[in-house]
Design a protein around this ligand. Sequence first.
Ligand SMILES: C=CC1=C(C)c2cc3[nH]c(cc4nc(cc5[nH]c(cc1n2)c(C)c5CCC(=O)O)C(CCC(=O)O)=C4C)c(C)c3C=C
Ligand code: FE2
Length: 484
Amino acid sequence: MDATSFSGLLPHTDLNPNFARSYAQRTPLTSVSCHSLQEHRPSSQALAFLSSNKTSKRTSLLGGSNVCGPVQKRNSVGKAFCAVGLGVYGENVIEHQSHSHATEDKVGVLLLNLGGPDTLNDVQPFLFNLFADPDIIRLPRLFQCLQWPLAKLISVLRAPKSKEGYASIGGGSPLRKITNEQADALKTALKAKNLTANVYVGMRYWYPFTEEAVQQIKRDRITKLVVLPLYPQFSISTTGSSIRVLQSIFREDAYLSRLPVSIIRSWYKREGYVISMADLIKKEMEKFTKPEEVMIFFSAHGVPVSYIEDAGDPYKDQMEECINLIMQKLKDRGINNDHTLAYQSRVGPVEWLKPYTDKVLVELGQKGVKSLLAVPVSFVSEHIETLEEIDMEYKELALESGIENWGRVPALNCTSSFITDLADAVIEALPTASATAMSTPKSVLEEDDLDPVRYAIKLFFGSILAFVLLFSPRMILAFKNNLF
Ligand SMILES: C=CC1=C(C)c2cc3[nH]c(cc4nc(cc5[nH]c(cc1n2)c(C)c5CCC(=O)O)C(CCC(=O)O)=C4C)c(C)c3C=C
Ligand SMILES: [Fe+2]
């Protein structure tokens, strides 16, 4: 398990050294979450958060590299509260601080998740929030002012296709319900281990938003917080994005910036998780007439290749390691079936992690594979991509391609061994009384970005470039091929 304890700050160390430097520099100070707040949040909350919002500036590519930060501010926590030492994290100076709590600790666990539309009317605004996230559509610096218009355009264009998908699984995402059930189950599991804790749910793109959960944490006067993203593997686009939202909230708030916090950034290596996955796979394999002939087909949510190659996202490495651990666990139980890993759900005109699930299914069918067990592996709840994409689209494609026997491993949801292991993870990660804070040097880009003349010039050239980009053959082809 990869966890960090600190007080009011959120460093990332999952990243490769090159990226860690640039990402750590921008991450603690990025203020982006309010992009999505402005359109689709209750106004009182929006106001509360907007009041702490700063202009966000980023540099990246649509699936390209990301090297600079937004308006950056020195974190003053270390000065306000008895700094007792200095350390170094990446290129940042860390000020260590101590905390002592006179009153009894009140433990909170914050589950971070993606969120999904509750109804078909929510689909377009949900998609807007998703595409307005600079960790999902990574625009070059010059194009950043176009993040919202682009998000609006893409969300409107994609909404009909997404709505069809959500309509076919009952008219909305099951994520909110399942995540709430996981939260309740985790609270019970913690209680059984003698830890009384409040468990909160914070979604990145739909209700209940992370910001709402944090407000509740404040109201409840939580004194120790464990942040547990419900993604086993770390990706910039999932856990990274949610953590960045938390950072922007925490650094602006006196109470939160003093709160001892632990973040469990990835947990795919945990024995309990690996065993739970192996158990589910074994159980599902036994439903086949000839289990020994079944191809175990891991299907993970993809990310653009540039996240891995340019931005240093550890997602692919962690995914491969995760699959090896699960297969090893199956081998220990005498299960030696063939297995493969492919990536699904690509969006847009850039190259995504390969091999693509749809292509591999066709190839396996052509090669004579007759029995296949699909295993969704990047997410722990049922959601549109298991219920619609795998169960409907991929199943149909596999059967058309010559595969005769199809099975799918259910998502972990509230599987008790899994929830018990999450409870152990929380207990192991409980922040200690002493924690660290990090201050980052003010970026040289800050003054640059605040200069109105420079900003107007960038906006002008950015608009021209955006126009060229939008009507480039690649974009037009992507729209034609239904990739958005
Ligand atoms: C580990 C899991 C996920 C990664 C990595 C991820 C990256 C990623 N996703 C998109 C675009 C979309 N994702 C959508 C839904 C969606 N994504 C995940 C998980 C990961 N995404 C989940 C669990 C869900 C489903 C939520 C639900 O309502 O059930 C959607 C909307 C659905 C659709 O229209 O297909 C989009 C769009 C990108 C671009 C990306 C990486 C850059
Ligand atoms: Fe996604």
